[in-house]
Design a protein around this ligand. Structure first.
Ligand SMILES: CCCCCCCC(=O)SCCNC(=O)CCNC(=O)[C@H](O)C(C)(C)COP(=O)(O)OP(=O)(O)OC[C@H]1O[C@@H](n2cnc3c(N)ncnc32)[C@H](O)[C@@H]1OP(=O)(O)O
Length: 206
């Protein structure tokens, strides 16, 4: 971690649940690459994956206990669907703060995130930007829940290429927070976002 670029999101570990989640992401991607044309023995694959799921379910804490545990502490979250190292849905996108008050991260998305042929699904772009704008607000000091998120899709966002996702807080007026951000491929803006966040926080599970 550079002192000029503090990490704002949880760093994945290569042990424990993070390692298992990294393997699960690999399975999801491998299944999409395999498809029905694969020579792999899919009935056996399904049976082995089902056994893994049953093992995890059998040893999991209750849902209420898990929710309390997820929200313990006041630091970064480990479970969110964008940056979370323990969430197999997350690409994940690591975010860092920049000295100018903005934040950014890079990510390369594969087949699980496809919308148009060879390109990122628009809803996935919205997910990345919603979260990144929210983290930008935390980094700036005033944060809240998304009230309105407006997106402009300038050009298709490519899969399999490094994307930069960045955001910055623009203004705070009372409880209303305005934040903007973009997803870029190289120097080209693929998606831009304007968010109106309202300073409100739901209580954490106790
Ligand atoms: C680090 C982690 C980052 C995570 C980032 C992820 C962000 C998210 O996904 S949050 C989840 C998605 N968002 C939601 O579920 C929000 C659901 N909506 C709500 O809870 C509420 O409607 C909420 C909080 C937006 C506003 O409710 P409330 O606190 O009652 O606001 P209210 O008192 O009516 O209005 C306050 C001001 O905001 C404005 N406002 C209220 N709602 C909106 C809205 N949806 N859009 C724009 N402006 C709004 C009002 O006009 C008012 O403005 P003014 O003061 O000028 O009159």
């Amino acid at each position: 971690m550079s002192p000029d670029r503090p990490t704002l999101t949880a760093t994945p570990h290569n042990v424990g649940v993070d390692a298992a989640v990294a393997a699960a992401r690999r399975v999801v991607t491998a299944l999409l690459h395999a498809g029905d044309g694969s020579a792999a023995a899919m009935a056996e694959v399904a049976s082995r994956l089902t056994a893994v799921a049953e093992h995890l379910e059998e040893h999991a804490p209750t849902r209420d206990e898990r929710l309390v545990d997820m929200w313990a502490g006041e630091g970064v979250t480990r479970h969110d669907p964008v940056t979370g190292p323990e969430n197999a849905v997350a690409p994940p996108l690591p975010l860092s703060g920049l000295p100018d008050g903005s934040i950014q991260g890079t990510v390369t998305l594969g087949l699980p995130y496809q919308g148009p042929p060879g390109c990122v699904h628009g809803g996935v772009s919205a997910l990345l930007l919603d979260h990144t704008l929210g983290v930008a607000n935390h980094w700036a000091g005033d944060s809240g829940m998304t009230g309105t998120l407006t997106l402009r899709y300038h050009r298709p966002t490519p899969l399999f290429e490094e994307l930069t996702v960045r955001a910055r807080q623009v203004s705070v007026e009372g409880r209303k927070i305005r934040t903007t951000g973009e997803i870029l491929a190289g120097d080209a803006v693929c998606v831009s976002a304007e968010g109106l966040f309202v300073n409100k926080h739901l209580p954490r599970p106790r």
